[in-house]
Design a protein around this ligand. Structure first.
Ligand SMILES: Cc1ncc(COP(=O)(O)O)c(C=O)c1O
Length: 537
């Protein structure tokens, strides 16, 4: 492919912000591949991981393609494809004729700015920096002493995905942005004020959270979500992620198997994989999880049956039964993430799986999308045996969420304020979706633009010959941010992008769709010289 080739550079250590100690390149090895992961995705993940750990700081100049490819044991084309993807994500940028430099996205995961090492560090004389089997990145600290990280920490860091924040795009459709204008500020602050005076009053210790909050949640789940819940089956959490962590620790360890949908919510896969268990992705089609492809022998399955994340389809009735039968046969638990329950726009999601099998399903709920992330309020519903284990294990890693927030939540649920807030929020989000769908259909005629029944983002499959890298790169050049689906998949899922619409105004939505129309016209086969590929090659 024609294009400007960036000349090789001798070393990365003369980066604009100083770079790393000599020889960092020698410590860089490929991470373990995920099942089905392409070579270039693996290279991209390895380099992205090095950036997010702070091992490759802003401005670090990468060596030439040939040298870097050799070091990683991949072909030059594979490396270029990986750099193209990283460019689209904002992790590298070409710098004139003098090479490719690291660009730390403003929005990246928490950066660990101290050197880390993979693998055992106390295992040899002088704490030799033994590489973890299969790779990761090692970097000696200036005094030669690495951080003695655990295998859990290394796996957790490797599983990190980009968190959204910052404001790099003129129109930012990336998912996961809070929707501040829909926050029920008045109802929430009134509830907090009312409860503030009582919160320090003596009260019985309750390892599950205040009984009145659990009562309000049980009533709401039974009435609204077809659940079968009593207050003693509810435990308050700081949100779904903390529940996933607690459950992963209880059920998973190296040698065990967990199942996730493919594609899936990356935070769930990362929490399960951090335990060292194998995490297998089971493909999703237009009726949700392909239950015929469930493997035997798993201990946990993390699923989003109401509104599959990220494809937004709901799980067919026959598949619900098949999933429950599979779990019963395997003595596995189903972690049902009901994240979009309250965010239905055109039709209610079907009742929760938990109502069909309360002894097999652990229901996870969170108010971080439907109220606001700042409340950090969530819950899990589990059979009594599981709850007994959690009340014993969870205090080691996590306390209950704040009592004031929990009591305020009870009030907004029981008073009807939450229901009123949802009616207003759904109407607003529904009309934002309508604006975006209409504008995309105008500016991208022929693209499969379909509204979603629930949730805060559109799922847009890419018509051939588009790839996610192409679309992200072209959109970025028009100032538009999109979320790719590939990082949510272990491989094999057809290319698609996500467009979060709930946090954008009508003007931004229409402007963004117009920019996408410009960015994505003409299609790649009519435009052979385009894109970052030509910039990076
Ligand atoms: C599908 C899904 N589940 C769970 C979560 C996390 O929820 P919480 O903020 O309660 O940890 C998210 C956050 O974006 C999500 O997209």
């Amino acid at each position: 492919m024609a294009g400007t080739r960036i000349p090789l550079t001798a070393s990365a250590r003369d980066g604009a912000t100083g770079g790393l100690a000599d020889g960092w390149l020698d410590t860089l090895t490929l991470s373990d591949p995920h099942p089905g992961e392409t070579r270039h995705a693996l290279v991209a993940r390895t380099l992205r991981g090095a950036v997010t750990r702070g091992l490759l700081p802003e401005g670090t100049r990468l060596p030439g393609h040939r040298r870097l490819a050799q070091r990683l044991g991949v072909s030059r084309n594979t490396l270029v494809d990986a750099l193209t993807q990283l460019h689209a994500e904002g992790y590298v940028r070409p710098r004139g004729r003098s090479g490719t430099v690291i660009s730390v996205p403003v929005i990246s995961v928490p950066v660990i700015s101290v050197p880390v090492i993979s693998g055992p560090v106390n295992s040899g004389p002088g704490h030799a920096t033994t590489a973890h089997p299969g790779g990761g990145v090692t970097a000696p600290a200036p005094d030669g002493r690495p951080l003695p990280l655990s295998a859990w920490a290394i796996r957790a860091l490797e599983g990190q995905v980009e968190e959204v924040g910052g404001d790099r795009y003129a129109v930012d459709f990336r998912v996961g942005r809070p929707v501040p204008d829909l926050y029920p500020e008045a109802a929430w602050t009134q509830a907090l004020a009312r409860r503030a005076a009582q919160v320090t009053h003596p009260h019985p210790h309750d390892p599950l959270g205040p009984l009145e909050t659990r009562r309000a949640l049980a009533a709401y789940l039974n009435a609204q979500r077809g659940a079968r819940v009593t207050p003693d089956m509810v435990m308050l959490t700081g949100g779904t992620q903390s529940a996933l962590d607690a459950l992963a620790r209880v059920f998973l360890e190296p040698g065990r198997l967990a199942v996730v949908e493919d594609p899936t919510y990356a935070g769930a896969r990362a929490a399960l994989a951090a335990t060292g268990a194998d995490v297998t992705g089971v493909p999703v089609d237009d009726r949700g999880l392909r239950t015929d492809a469930l493997p035997p022998g798993a201990t946990l399955a993390y699923v989003t049956p109401g509104c599959q994340y990220p494809t937004a389809v709901s799980l067919g009735a026959d598949r619900r039964q098949a999933l429950i039968a599979w779990a019963a046969a395997a003595n596995a638990f189903i972690l049902e993430d009901d994240y979009a329950a309250d965010l239905h726009l055109t039709s209610r999601p079907p009742p929760v799986l938990q109502g069909l099998a309360p002894d097999r399903v652990i229901l996870l709920g969170s108010f971080s999308k439907s109220l606001a992330p700042v409340t950090r309020s969530g819950f899990l519903v589990a059979p009594p045996g599981v709850l007994r284990v959690l009340t014993g294990t969870r205090p080691l890693t996590d306390r209950l969420p704040g009592r004031l927030d929990a009591l305020a939540l009870a009030d907004v649920l029981a008073s009807g304020a939450y229901a009123r807030h949802l009616r207003r929020a759904r109407t607003a989000v529904f009309s934002r979706q309508e604006v975006l769908v209409g504008a995309l259909r105008t500016h991208l005629p022929g693209w499969p633009v379909l509204p979603v029944a629930s949730g805060l983002h559109l799922y847009l499959p890419l018509p051939p010959p588009w790839t996610e890298v192409d679309v992200l790169a072209r959109a970025a050049r028009q100032g538009v941010g999109l979320s790719p689906v590939a990082p949510l998949s272990q491989g094999g899922h057809p290319p698609a992008v996500l467009l979060g619409f709930a946090a954008l105004s009508t003007a931004e939505l229409t402007d963004g769709a117009a920019r996408l129309g410009t960015a994505l016209t003409p299609a790649p086969d009519a435009d052979p010289g385009y894109g970052v590929i030509s910039t990076l090659r």
